[in-house]
Ligand binder design. Sequence first.
Ligand SMILES: C[S@@+](CC[C@H](N)C(=O)[O-])C[C@H]1O[C@@H](n2cnc3c(N)ncnc32)[C@H](O)[C@@H]1O
Length: 273
Amino acid sequence: MWDPDRYLDFEQHRRRPVDDLLARITTDPVRRIVDLGCGPGQLTDRLAERWPGAAITAVDRDPAMLERARTRPSAARVDYVEADIGEWQPATSVDLVFSNAALHWLPHHMDLLETYLHWLSPGGTLAVQIPGNTDAASHRVVAELRRSERWAAAVGEGADDHVAVAEPADYARRLGALRAEVDVWESTYLHLLAGSDPVVTWLTGSTLRPVLAALTPVDQAAFVAELTDRLRPHYPTDATGQTVFAFRRIFLVARRPTRPVRTDDSRECVPPA
Ligand SMILES: C[S@@+](CC[C@H](N)C(=O)[O-])C[C@H]1O[C@@H](n2cnc3c(N)ncnc32)[C@H](O)[C@@H]1O
């Protein structure tokens, strides 16, 4: 179960990558939108603001996140669905499939990209942001601690269901092979955080969620305390009380061509929706 309050603690910092993703969506008109892994709904609001006439379906499997999403300003015009985004399907084709910081929780998301492209109407866009920070100290130290003698039995490999992030080039190749118009890039954002051990606070709202869910409250506190000690040397706080947290993110924008593209062997690019 997610904690919407903790996740939203860093909303301002998570906003910039979303701005960068939204800036690359050129589909017009956008009449039907799907927001996959909508979470607490603050980005669904942004989709509703940018495309005021569009019908929006927002899908998430977490009841706490959906409950919060239903309180957002755009809620009246959003159809919220509690479902697994690896299995759910829209009833009709859509103009925009949007997913921010959610697909990395699905180990087979590379294959799902093809499914999502097939949902698009001609000229429609698949726009995805996936955190690509698994090599950063924050995520490496969590992995090391989890596999350490003290914690391996409770939260070893099994608790980590978000390790399947590929390299940007792999995503680009896969989407290109589907004959989509592809725009893939990565950016590392330097978040200047305040407060004590803010990187640990950030992680408890996202990466640590499945790890902590597998522990008793007493063990959760012990795990977080040990993690805090291990992370401090990697994320020092300066004299002004600020900590820099570098966070790499991968962006995938793939547009379905308005007309079928024929290749040498005359296969159509993307099957009609
Ligand atoms: C980090 S939050 C991102 C929320 C929102 N998109 C945002 O960027 O603020 C990830 C969300 O993906 C959802 N999620 C993860 N795996 C899912 C799955 N298999 N099916 C549906 N939702 C999933 C979680 O419940 C959570 O709300």
